[in-house]
Design a protein around this ligand. Structure first.
Ligand code: ARG
Length: 275
């Protein structure tokens, strides 16, 4: 895995510590914790959709970053945002939305304060929202069902053929990548990321293309009958999106992220979710 901007070297054996740290409920009590007093927390110059609460917008269809478990959002992004909320002395809530409407929802205001959705910083997205410092770097990967005609050796060529259907999530960098690199194939967007994997398994699509960490997670769980045939080092930088009218929140979150990097929390979360 790559965490280039974090300068974090992942160590084994931190799983227990991270579970202990994040086994708590989503209702933070950090606001009453005098030991946690720091400058980020004292900063009240930002606005919040709901007083005293950091509300995270996400598309909970992207494990290991976010997905629903018994109706509750879990994952690396969820834990990271929870830890940021703790640092800011705020409670924490998650609002689930379709991925391709997250940034317009954030810009419209009133729904959520931040978006964490394994979201890659892209120039056109920076026109809609401010982004914090990078917290993770990912690549693209393409998977197909095992025992098909497409293999690691021929994937680049075979994927770019008429009749090939590549399932992607609507509005993602995976969709853009496929449209640019496989112009002869049919690129089939799905609103929900998990639907694109289901489409491949059901034979409605030849392949699925999305971020490498997600492809690996999906294949290691529900899709062991699929295989990765192509990995592309896109080096996409994930960051937290914040409404442009709320620059003090971006600043406070950056300070919190820095603290969580320095005290090893980010490293522990990465070990827990991204192994
Ligand atoms: N990193 C990609 C992008 O920003 C895909 C993100 C999809 N995230 C999700 N939660 N479904 O376009």
């Amino acid at each position: 895995m790559k965490m280039k901007k974090l300068g974090v070297v992942l160590a084994a054996g931190v799983l227990a510590a991270s579970l202990a740290l994040f086994g708590c409920s989503s209702n933070s009590t950090a606001g009453n914790d005098t030991k946690k007093d720091d400058s980020a927390k004292a900063d009240t110059s930002y606005t919040l959709v709901k007083d005293g609460t950091l509300t995270m917008g996400t598309s909970a269809d992207y494990p290991p970053f976010e997905n629903l478990e018994n109706g509750e959002a879990v994952g690396f992004d969820v834990d990271l945002c929870k830890a940021v909320a703790d640092e800011l002395g705020l409670k924490f809530e998650v609002v689930n939305n379709q991925f391709d409407s997250l940034l317009t929802g954030l810009a419209a205001g009133g729904k959520f304060d931040v978006v964490l959705a394994g979201m890659t910083v892209e120039p056109e997205r920076e026109e809609l929202a401010d982004f914090t410092d990078t917290y993770y770097v990912d690549d693209q990967a393409v998977a197909v069902m095992k025992d098909g005609a497409i293999t690691k050796d021929n994937a680049k060529e075979e994927l770019n053929k008429a009749g090939v259907i590549i399932a992607v999530q609507s509005g993602t960098t995976g969709e853009t990548y496929c449209r640019e690199n496989f112009p002869n194939a049919t690129i089939q967007p799905y609103g929900n990321s998990t639907d694109s994997f289901a489409a491949m398994q059901a034979g409605q699509a030849t392949a699925v293309c999305t971020n490498a960490a997600v492809v690996k997670k999906m294949l290691s769980e529900a899709y062991s009958d699929a295989q990765v045939v192509l990995e592309v080092a896109t080096g996409e930088e994930y960051a937290i999106a914040v409404n442009k009218d709320n620059p003090e929140l971006t600043k406070a979150i950056n300070e919190a992220i820095k603290k969580l990097q320095d005290d090893g929390t980010v490293e522990k979360l990465a070990a827990k979710w991204l192994g």
